[in-house]
Design a protein around this ligand. Structure first.
Ligand SMILES: [Zn+2]
Length: 110
């Protein structure tokens, strides 16, 4: 790793290879995931300690959300939405219409 959190290029090369860039991307994603997990744990312990919500209630809610799309797979899928401007269907995770650019507004956890 260098100062910027990236792996050095392969010995004997002066430019990063595709593998180097892939490793750097994976490292970046792992760092972001670690920060997300740490933040989520901090939020959960605050809720548990201040609102007296139990671990069992959290586990039940996770299961309910997982099952809300009809598939118990550890994921939440956002249903596609219809653009109010052009009427085309767009994937639920996009905040703008992919066809006309109309701002749709993303769900808070898309
Ligand atoms: Zn549109």
């Amino acid at each position: 790793m260098n100062l910027f959190g990236q792996r050095p290029p392969h010995p004997g090369t002066t430019t990063p290879t595709g593998a180097d860039r892939a490793h750097a991307k994976v490292d970046s994603i792992e760092q972001r995931l670690d920060l997300c997990l740490l933040t989520m744990e901090a939020m959960w312990t605050l809720l548990r300690d201040r609102l007296k919500v139990t671990d069992e209630e959290l586990a039940k809610r996770v299961l309910e959300l997982d099952e809300s799309d009809g598939i118990l797979d550890g994921k939440v899928r956002r249903p596609p939405r219809t653009c109010p401007h052009c009427g085309k269907r767009i994937p639920g995770r996009f905040p703008r219409c992919l066809y006309c650019g109309e701002a749709i507004g993303a769900p808070p956890f898309a």
